[in-house]
Design a protein around this ligand. Structure first.
Ligand code: ADP
Length: 334
């Protein structure tokens, strides 16, 4: 496959799209999810029916949109994309649903951020393939039932726990995506380098993989930044020293922590003595939304053993103090 002009020019979104795996076989890692989902799709194909609704949860950049696209592709159906925040009224959802054709796959990203009335409409649509469109207001309002052809809803959320129980229960298949292992990320970096025509040598891929925060999207982004560096400051070949120097320049540290991750740890240790401290307080201190701290920074810090969630608040582990180059306090909350 050759890249389009936009991709070759480095249009970031086009590049991201070009690097997406197109089939389940091309997806790296997530072995269990791949096998389970493969079965769901194959069974639906044999029955000639739309597959059950699918809920994908996990931090950003782990492949939820990619999997939704693959579900549609493997079923030979078009994919319709929308997101929770885009559906502010039940009417927005009714408009989307009424335009669906049998077998369509509807992808709702950030499904936990949909408005309440839309959510209730969705329950009915998922279960009975029907919605009640309310016309008018007050005592004169009438509900007009509208049939919807059988479709498959693919919902994505950063945390399944953010969804109300009744919505969660209506998904026939739920998959939680985990952060990727370094060897899986290395495969992703190699595959992307091939597609982008980037030459890797002597540990370059491993260096990028180890600093990618367990996240394919970040691995691909870092590969592009390292490529820039290699082209401008070196001979274009991505070796380990080139990758290391470039990533230091972009402030990605050796554990893959980015600026927000480090800011959270820094504030937690230096300003709050290692905690426990509430996540809202932490968010204000680093100047970010609570959701961003909770859904983007924290999962990786927890998985790296640097931060713990306790009932009284967030606590820095001894490894966090060490990571910042600070002595572990004797009376740390840990
Ligand atoms: P999400 O929807 O969870 O935020 P995406 O599906 O948009 O994540 O994935 C981000 C990028 O990472 C995609 O462009 C894709 O190329 C890459 N990617 C994600 N998961 C995988 C995977 N399992 N194998 C290879 N590449 C992946």
């Amino acid at each position: 496959r050759t890249l389009t002009a936009a991709e070759a020019e480095g249009d970031e979104r086009a590049v991201e799209a070009a690097l997406r795996p197109r089939t389940l076989d091309e997806v790296v890692g997530q072995v269990r999810v791949r096998e389970q989902l493969g079965l769901v799709l194959e069974a639906a194909r044999r029955r000639g029916r739309a597959p059950d609704h699918v809920l994908l949860s996990g931090p950003p950049g782990l492949g939820k949109t990619t999997l939704a696209m693959i579900i549609a592709a493997e079923m030979g159906s078009p994919l319709r994309l929308t997101s929770g925040p885009a559906i502010t009224h039940a009417g927005d959802l009714a408009a989307i649903l009424s335009g669906m054709v049998e077998g369509d796959v509807l992808f709702v990203d950030e499904i936990h951020r949909m408005s309440r009335p839309a959510e209730e409409m969705l329950y009915l649509a998922m279960e009975d393939f029907r919605v009640d469109v309310v016309i008018g207001k007050g005592p004169g309002a009438t509900a007009i039932p509208l049939e919807i052809p059988p479709f498959t809803l693919v919902g994505a959320t950063t945390r399944a726990g953010l969804l109300p129980g009744p919505l969660r229960d209506r998904f026939g298949f739920t998959a939680h995506l985990e952060f990727y292992e370094p060897d899986e990320l290395e495969l992703i970096v190699r595959r992307s380098a091939d597609l982008l025509g980037v030459e890797l040598a002597g540990g370059g891929a491993a260096e990028i993989a180890s600093r990618s925060r367990g996240t394919p999207r970040i691995a691909n982004r870092l590969l592009r930044r390292v490529r820039d560096y290699a082209q401008v400051r070196a001979d274009g070949v991505v070796t380990q020293p080139v990758a290391r120097t470039a990533l230091d320049l972009y402030e990605v540290d050796s554990s893959g922590l980015d600026r927000l991750d480090r800011a959270v740890l820094d504030v937690l240790c230096r300003r709050f003595g290692g905690g426990p401290v509430g996540v809202s307080t932490l968010a204000v201190a680093v100047g970010e939304e609570r959701e961003t701290v909770e859904e983007v920074a924290e999962p990786f810090l927890v998985r790296s053993g640097l931060l713990a969630r306790t009932p009284r608040g967030r606590v820095a582990t001894p490894a966090a103090w060490e990571h910042l180059g600070l002595p572990v306090p004797a009376a740390s909350a840990w």
